[in-house]
Design a binder for this molecule. Structure first.
Ligand code: SF4
Length: 264
């Protein structure tokens, strides 16, 4: 007897789920992370969109001519009475405000304005005088040691050489440049956080490190303005071209500046 075939079961329809399209996640390369991190670390130094070019030579001349007209003899704001106290004040000013340093050094310099007096005071008492300043333990030690070294190697004088200054405890290139400029009248450019920001913003010299900015500015600033250039730029950054909100409405060079952070 022939076997009756049972009807084949109805084929199930294949149901394909609709998956909503998702946006590709942003690339998380190490380089991208580093850029974001660096931008977060340096308020006021935004990564410019597209490639920016420094202003040209005529604009550079005009910028410094205006700074000069406005303030012919700019002065640093760290109080000192001689080259030695200037050196000490600058060493103490790393990551601290000039106002804070001045408060501490007024009493210190009244009793110790030479390397001998500073050594006689001793590290512990120096520490007491500067304890309101950040990193005071290390700074007090450096002030004591550099005073000792000045006595032993340089006849208690501050040597007029950037290279030698940089060998002293607690003295880096920026400190050496400030001393060379203010104590010895050399046209050095000391790049602090304000100057670094301002130069990148305008932009005068563009760079990722203080040294790149220093060397860039050395190339483009006309000789007649070099001596005071770093003071003009530091003061401009401290009081006008501030990190969080530049006061562009009060800025002498707003018509020349091409910063994307310009507020007017
Ligand atoms: S215009 Fe604004 S951003 Fe440009 S230099 Fe002046 S204060 Fe700074």
């Amino acid at each position: 007897m022939p076997v009756k075939k049972s009807p084949a079961p109805a084929k199930k329809k294949r149901v394909t789920k609709k998956v909503p399209l998702r946006k590709a996640a942003p690339a998380k390369s190490t380089v991208a992370k580093r850029v974001v991190k660096a931008a977060a670390k340096k308020p006021g130094v935004k990564k410019p969109r597209g490639r920016r070019r420094p202003v040209g030579p005529e604009a550079v001349h005009e910028i410094f001519a205006r700074f000069q007209k406005d303030n012919p003899e700019p002065k640093g704001e760290l109080e000192h009475v001689n080259a030695f106290t200037l050196l000490v004040a600058v060493v103490l000013s790393a990551q601290a405000t000039d106002v804070g340093v001045n408060k501490a050094t007024r009493a210190l310099f009244a009793i110790a304005d030479t390397p001998e007096k500073m050594v006689a005071l001793g590290e512990e008492r120096i520490r007491d005088y500067v304890k309101t300043i950040g990193l005071f333990r290390t700074k007090a030690k450096n002030v004591f040691l550099l005073s000792q070294e000045l006595i032993e190697k340089y006849g208690s004088e501050v040597p007029p050489s950037r290279e030698i200054l940089e060998t002293l405890p607690g003295v880096g290139r920026k400190t050496a440049n400030v001393v060379m400029n203010m104590a010895f009248g050399e046209p050095t450019i000391a790049v602090d956080t304000h100057l670094f920001r301002v130069s990148n913003r305008i932009p005068l010299a563009i760079g990722k490190t203080p040294l790149a900015i220093e060397l860039g500015l050395e190339k483009i600033i006309p000789a007649e303005f070099k001596r005071h250039a770093h003071h003009w730029l530091i003061l401009h950054g401290r009081y006008i071209c501030k990190a969080r909100r530049p006061e562009c409405e009060r800025c002498l060079i707003s018509d020349i500046c091409t910063s994307p952070e310009k507020t007017i």
